[in-house]
Write a protein of this length. Structure first.
Length: 312
């Protein structure tokens, strides 16, 4: 472990993680206190998982300086959008067309974005807590069909294969970079599932061939804030889910980012939408801005992350 990383935590950091943090802080020393807090939140088992992910990325040609740059791209882009939001009280972009060209259709940017986002799953405490809820609530003995809407970097889909007993897995994403990254991580860590998963490059709402009431589990992480009509996505989930399906959804409130287009200003506003689409909130997780209460975060228009286990 490097001297720099050793000063941040009493944990023994795996070599890849230690080097990654050094590279991040060399480029952005102002991020030190955030990283220190993050390392206090993450467990050694989770650090080991991140280390394995970084090993995988390097095996695919993405060295640690690139991974640090990918993470800092997320940090920098988010900071710029936060400044815009503070000034204008709205997100910069309002439609898919506004962001498609420079985000989803830009393969190089999307690759960097997905790698960076995967790292935030471990180094951003709110993202880590949402992942923990997924792990804690995933039904381990349920079989049948599993649907992941927007698998992104593929981590959640990989964890579902590890934790559950599902027979078939389907992932749908609009980004070619996301589909490629998901396929690569599954091929690497879960080769035994090769014949049991399918990835489709398409808009979820265009997948009209999917049968109503046919899925035993549906997961949609960090998608609703990226679409113009999130209620339509939620209604389609309710339609596709079996009556007793496991449904897990995450999104955010007052959380500007380069490709966030739908803005909720309170958890109440979001949850009213959810409950108007044929879904009920079974287990909520509402994560306010660091150091603030939920009420303070909403009053001050600060970012809030949310995750829900839903049911029909």
């Amino acid at each position: 472990m490097s001297k720099t990383a050793a000063t941040l935590t009493d944990k023994t950091l795996p070599e890849n993680v230690s080097t990654l943090i050094d590279l991040i802080l060399e480029e952005n020393p102002m991020h030190n206190s955030f990283i220190q807090n993050a390392l206090g939140h993450v467990t050694e088992e989770e650090l080991s998982t991140l280390d394995s992910y970084l090993d995988f990325c390097q095996s695919k040609g993405q060295n640690l300086p690139y991974m640090a740059d990918a993470y800092l791209t997320i940090v920098g882009d988010t900071f710029r959008e936060q400044l815009y939001f503070m000034k204008h009280k709205e997100y910069r972009h309002k439609s898919y067309a506004d962001v498609a060209g420079h985000v989803y259709d830009d393969k190089d940017y999307m690759n960097k974005y997905m790698y960076g986002l995967a790292i935030t799953s471990f180094l951003w405490p709110n993202h880590l807590d949402m992942g923990r809820l997924f792990v804690e609530t995933m039904p381990q003995t349920r079989n049948g069909k599993y649907l992941d809407i927007g698998p992104g970097h593929g981590y959640y889909l990989m964890k579902a294969m590890e934790l559950g007993s599902f027979d078939e897995f389907l992932g749908i994403d609009i980004s070619e970079a996301s589909i490629n990254q998901t396929g690569a991580i599954l091929d690497h860590f879960k080769p035994e599932f090769k014949e049991r998963f399918e990835l489709r490059l398409m808009d979820f709402l265009d997948a009209t061939e999917l049968e109503a009431g046919s899925f035993d589990a549906i997961v949609m992480g960090e998608v609703l804030e990226h679409v113009e009509q999130p209620d339509v996505f939620l209604k389609r989930i309710a339609e596709l889910a079996k009556d007793d399906a496991y449904i897990y959804v995450t999104t955010c409130i007052n959380a500007p980012a380069v490709d966030h287009i739908f803005l909720w200003r309170s958890t109440e506003e979001l949850e009213k939408m959810i409950e108007g689409t044929g879904l009920k909130i079974k287990t909520p997780l509402r994560l306010p801005y660091e150091g603030k209460t939920l009420e303070e975060s909403q009053a001050e228009e600060l970012s809030i992350n949310v995750a829900y286990v839903l049911e029909k």
